[in-house]
Write a new protein. Structure first.
Length: 204
């Protein structure tokens, strides 16, 4: 089959696009609002985009009913800081709970029963229950086209300035996250876990 995205003539019950770019890692992002409220939300339009120095990006789309941007974007832009927490299979329900549309003054970390721990270089706290945290400084926002003027799409890019790895995730000098089962998004309501690996070397 073939369809043109602008026409949406795929003939399927749901737009298949997000089920075709898989798996997408989940950036579970903590921020603090200018008013001091802790915010936590998952983003699967998320990835690492550079290594030296390390950078990550996430893409908020749409808005909240009473405010023009999602809180994670607003807070990252306003304070210049965010933290990416690794979402794992054990944390899947908490991760999902933090995606609820809530008023800006609700602390989603507390709401989901998660434990905040201070970061070293930035103000937003880390999720203690998560085995990996990336402390980030906001770099820039790249605006993307959107279908509605009040439904903005954008890519938010940050530099990773500090990295926390739980000791049990390091084995023989290498990160081994298999036992923590990082989760990732597929299409529809589907997720997958990272729990098997294979190796290949570069040809040259
Ligand atoms: C697994 C998962 C991945 C998500 N990925 C995105 C995403 O990439 N972009 C986005 O705008 N919303 C995404 N959402 C929805 C947001 O988490 C949701 O809109 C949330 O309320 C945003 O919170 P915030 O306003 O505190 O940033 C995702 C939700 C889930 C459960």
């Amino acid at each position: 089959m073939f369809y043109e995205t602008a026409k949406g003539d795929h003939g399927l019950g749901r737009d298949p696009f997000k089920s075709l770019v898989v798996p997408r890692p989940i950036g579970w992002i903590s921020t603090i609002s200018p008013e001091g409220v802790v915010n936590l939300a998952p983003y699967s339009f998320f990835n690492a985009v550079a290594e030296h120095p390390p950078a990550v990006c996430f893409a908020p789309g749409g808005r909240k009913a009473d405010r023009p941007f999602k809180d994670t974007r607003r807070n990252a832009e306003a304070t210049g800081e965010f933290v990416v927490n690794l979402a794992t299979y054990d944390l899947r329900e908490s991760m999902n709970a933090t995606s609820a549309s809530l008023p800006a003054d609700v602390d989603e970390m507390a709401l989901a029963g998660l434990t905040p721990v201070p970061s070293r270089l930035v103000r937003p706290p880390r999720v203690a229950e998560s085995p990996v945290h990336l402390e980030c400084r906001y770099l820039k926002t790249v605006e993307l086209p959107s279908l509605e003027a009040d439904e903005p799409n954008a890519i938010v890019i940050g530099m990773v300035v500090g990295v926390h790895i739980r000791d049990e995730a390091i084995r023989d000098g290498r990160v081994d996250l298999m036992r923590f089962q990082p989760i990732a998004r597929l299409g529809y309501s589907q997720y997958t876990t990272v729990d098997n690996v294979f190796s290949m070397r570069f040809p040259d």
